[in-house]
Design a protein around this ligand. Sequence first.
Ligand SMILES: CC(C)(COP(=O)(O)OP(=O)(O)OC[C@H]1O[C@@H](n2cnc3c(N)ncnc32)[C@H](O)[C@@H]1OP(=O)(O)O)[C@@H](O)C(=O)NCCC(=O)NCCS
Length: 235
Amino acid sequence: MTHQKDYWAIDQFLTTALGRQAYKITLPCAMPKALMMMAASFIYCKVSCSDIAAVNTLETWGFHLIETNVRLQRPIVPSRSKGDFTIRTAVMSDEEEVVALAARVFSCSRFHVDPQFTNEQANGIKASWIRNFFKGQRGDTLLLVEEGSSIIGFILLLVQNEDVVIDLLGVASTHRRKGAASQMIDAAMASFHDRRRIIVGTQLCNTTSLSAYEKSGFRISGADYVFHYHGAMQS
Ligand SMILES: CC(C)(COP(=O)(O)OP(=O)(O)OC[C@H]1O[C@@H](n2cnc3c(N)ncnc32)[C@H](O)[C@@H]1OP(=O)(O)O)[C@@H](O)C(=O)NCCC(=O)NCCS
């Protein structure tokens, strides 16, 4: 994220992935008219669900509510659970298989549910996101779950001081409900047993992932509304 002003920043990752200028704004701020008047710009803003004044402001400016992002966390404790899957750290030669998997497993992200983005664009964002791990631009560890010679799931992790963040988690639709996600979360905690907490954000409408995190011992710690604004070009 490149900071330009106190209240807005260019999101370089999204700008590249979408092929149009993408900005993040932070309230409180004056109406970002210059950004809003730019053709084909995309602006997003996250506000606490308790900040109704900010919600009213964004609605007045013409931003659209896209999703409610739920934050969850749990303490890290090394797990003794054993699963059936093989879990290993990603290597460079995994790149294309993991990118292809990331491009097809998500359906609830804010890009997937925003009707202004095509499914292809939304899938492309997730593919670019995980590709950035292989470019050394995002994430500290990528764990993969394998069945036979196929990669059927991944968990991308970031370390932020005492916290480990689940940045992306996905399991192939053909292999769900077999414990792969739970086993990857356990493996993540085992890898980072020296850290304090593991945290994640997911969509309120993503009941499957909420159930998976609850099953793995996560508890809700907060929630944000996510708003999008699409500039003059409405696709
Ligand atoms: C969310 C996701 C990663 C779960 O992966 P998974 O390997 O199927 O999960 P697990 O098999 O480990 O399931 C763990 C628990 O989650 C819950 N769960 C998982 N899928 C569920 C479903 N379809 N309905 C209800 N509960 C479900 C259950 O409590 C399950 O435990 P149980 O099977 O013993 O009852 C997978 O559905 C997925 O890839 N979804 C799309 C990508 C995504 O949304 N990722 C999360 C973004 S933050």
